[in-house]
Design a protein around this ligand. Structure first.
Ligand code: SF4
Length: 314
């Protein structure tokens, strides 16, 4: 198949069939330092785009072959919202998707274009990236196409979050010595406080990047997660090749840690040593800690917080 890949079992989004809207080459309005694709000149429009019917033909056959697909993900070798027939494609997917959800993974840059903004309102799920809110850091990390205005981008993400009726996810990807300073984290936090979303994924580089840069360790991401307002629905996106030094936590430390930031079983396996994990399971047995499903993921939380509202959509 030319456009369809997967199904991919995504922990964050479910079983997904991907659609690559730019299978021939990278076409993107960013040239991010961390991109897993090779560096390339930015564009503000696709100069190679395939008709929606070709994509739908493949998708229909893939859906027949993989009836357990939960999510149809629009993505690209580059930025999927630059695909010129996005509206028509979404309409045609809606006609055949039955109960499956549509999702797009976008760098957010075209959201200030009213046409893209309206197209994305029709999707069931949207994931918007927001790596920086200071112009100089944004330029260094994401290396945007000329004319992309960060102020408008941020404003459109905030407005979209308030109008959109589907499931909205935000992703912040951290790069060492660029957007991990206390000042930038505080500035990102201030913007995130204005955004209404289901989950905020904090991540770092987990594939060989386009340029020689460094990601953060899991512990560094964990520390960063504590700088954000605890009311925000933050999730540390775990990585395949993560390395960490598990530590010892007392009962009280376990409860305090989960009080500040609910964590998934995978997070805890990285952070807690074997004795601390045993203590955690005992706290679950005595009902001081509970497992709560939030936005596709299981999180351990203090039982007393089960009714705490972390966000209006959660
Ligand atoms: S937005 Fe995505 S595809 Fe484009 S350069 Fe950045 S990481 Fe690569």
């Amino acid at each position: 198949m030319k456009f369809i890949f997967g199904p991919v079992a995504s922990r964050r989004f479910g079983t997904s069939l991907g659609i690559d809207l730019s299978p021939g080459k990278k076409q993107c309005n960013f040239d991010c330092l961390y991109c897993e694709l090779a560096p390339s000149a930015t564009v503000d429009a696709y100069n190679e785009a395939y008709p929606p019917d070709e994509i739908i033909f493949e998708l229909a056959s893939a859906l027949k072959e993989h009836p357990n697909t939960e999510v149809i993900t629009l993505t690209a070798n580059g930025e999927p919202t630059l695909y010129p027939y996005l509206d028509e494609l979404i309409e045609k997917i809606d006609a055949i998707k039955e109960k499956k959800q549509t999702l797009i993974l976008t760098n957010s840059a075209t959201l200030s274009d009213p046409k893209t903004y309206r197209s994305l309102l029709h999707l069931d799920q949207v994931k918007l990236s927001l790596d920086a809110v200071s112009p100089e850091i944004f330029k260094k990390i994401d290396r945007p196409h000329e004319g992309i205005d960060l102020g408008k981008l941020v404003q459109s993400v905030v407005s979209f979050s308030k109008e959109y009726q589907g499931r909205l996810f935000i992703e912040v990807l951290f790069v060492k010595a660029l957007n991990d300073t206390p000042e930038e984290i505080q500035a990102i936090n201030d913007v995130l406080e204005q955004i209404e979303c289901e989950r905020i994924d904090l991540g770092t580089i987990d594939r060989p990047p386009a340029y020689p840069i460094e990601g953060l360790s899991y512990e560094e991401l964990f520390k960063i997660s504590h700088r954000f307002n605890p009311a925000l629905p933050i999730h540390i996106a775990s990585r395949k090749d993560v390395t960490s030094q598990p530590s010892c936590y007392s009962d009280e430390e376990i409860i305090n840690t989960l009080d500040k930031r609910p964590l998934t079983p995978e997070d805890l396996a990285l952070l807690f040593d074997a004795d601390s994990l045993k203590r955690l399971y005992q706290l679950v047995e005595t009902h001081e800690i509970s497992l709560k499903r939030i936005s596709n993921l299981d999180f351990y939380v203090p039982t007393k917080n089960l009714k705490r509202k972390r966000h209006k959509n959660s």
